[in-house]
Design a protein around this ligand. Structure first.
Ligand code: AHG
Ligand code: MN
Ligand code: MN
Length: 347
């Protein structure tokens, strides 16, 4: 790339392609980028909390320290409350719908987010992330209602994530390709570094928590052996053929980091339904749907093992779902194994 394109400029350039755009949506994305910078700054200091003060204690400056996931949650809420762009928010960290304070106007979008994904990894200084999804509200006026957030991923206006890794990156889509921006810490700006991301046709990795294997269904166990090149599917059905295998295993335990690697390098991440988590573990609205929208925009696919994640109509804010996501052919193969070995229903 021969010029520096900041995320703000990119968002404005995209807005110009829609003459009817009011700019509200663009400001909303810019607010998310600002929240990401603040969370990134705090994440960089996470290892210092032992010295400067732990959660619930007071640090040397006399400030109350917060756990990073609470800090991330409150930062996103604070930055998005007053702009008049949102009708409501929903967060993995909040039991109920988050209302816009009465002193501020309500807008036409709702924001749904996982403020800190992979939070169990923070203490070990391993990459974590933020996931967000934006829907147009369904209700007509006043403040937002829960139904505004309970829409299938297929109707998302935008989705994105931030990864706090060796670099901080923000990756998002508004349904017009997937674009990645890397934070230049000296400028404090997200710069376009990964335009038009598409998942490589030849995958490299599969990502799953193998310690759960004894609890997996026959279909998922068989699928895993197929990914490892240890067992064929006879006859070959649906999805990628076995020439892609064996794949290497990589599992960070932060969904954002595992998804991001597979998006750039090719692969599949799965957190299936099993006997321990019969509904799966991951959240449909905060995690699976936004990432499935991004995957689809990058030429990939997200499934619950039986149907596209994007088609599932959430019934509650914190609904869980099994998730298989990454290269389309690999995800279709998971569906084929589950249909063949589990009679289409996880046991
Ligand atoms: P969160 O930190 O937002 O609760 O999400 C954790 C999720 C996800 O990031 C990760 O892929 C998965 O939990 C890891 O779960 P296991 O430890 O069971 O593998
Ligand atoms: Mn999460
Ligand atoms: Mn979380």
């Amino acid at each position: 790339m021969d010029q520096l394109i900041t995320i703000e400029r990119f968002i404005i350039d995209q807005e110009r392609e829609y003459p009817q755009a009011t700019g509200i949506f663009s400001r909303l994305l810019e607010d998310m980028a600002l929240a990401a910078k603040i969370i990134s700054r705090e994440t960089r200091r996470a290892g210092l909390t032992q010295i400067l003060g732990m959660a619930g204690r007071v640090n040397v400056q006399g400030e109350q320290q917060m756990k990073l996931d609470i800090f991330a949650n409150e930062t996103i809420i604070r930055i998005n409350s007053y702009g008049g762009r949102l009708a409501a928010m929903a967060s993995e960290e909040a039991d109920d719908l988050i209302h816009i304070p009465p002193e501020y106007a309500c807008g036409k979008y709702v924001l749904i987010f996982d403020p800190l994904d992979g939070s169990s990894n923070i203490d070990a200084n391993i990459s974590v992330g933020t996931i967000f999804a934006i829907h147009r509200r369904k209700s007509f006026d006043g403040c937002g209602v829960i139904e505004d957030c309970l829409q299938p991923g297929r109707t998302l206006a935008a989705a994105g994530y931030v990864i706090y890794g060796p670099s901080t990156m923000m990756v998002y889509t508004t349904g017009n390709g997937v674009h990645g921006f890397t934070l230049d810490p000296t400028l404090g700006e997200f710069l376009l570094s990964h335009p038009n991301i598409s998942i490589p046709a030849q995958p490299k990795y599969y990502s799953a928590n193998h310690s759960y294997e004894p609890h997996w269904t026959n279909g998922v166990q068989h699928y895993t052996r197929w990914l490892q090149g240890r067992e064929p599917m006879n006859p070959e059905k649906g999805g990628m053929d076995a020439s892609a295998c064996p794949l290497s295993a990589r599992y960070v335990g932060s969904l954002v980091a595992d998804f991001h690697r597979n998006l750039l390098e090719g692969g599949v991440y799965y957190y299936p339904a099993d006997t321990k988590f019969p509904q799966g573990k991951l959240r449909l609205t905060y995690e699976a749907a936004p990432l499935a929208f991004i995957a689809q925009q990058a030429g990939g696919y997200g499934s619950n093992g039986q149907q596209p994640i994007l088609d599932i109509h959430p019934r509650s804010l914190h609904e869980r779902t099994p998730l298989f996501i990454g290269n389309t052919g690999l995800v279709r193969k998971a569906e084929a194994f589950i249909a063949q070995d589990d009679n289409g229903t996880p046991k």
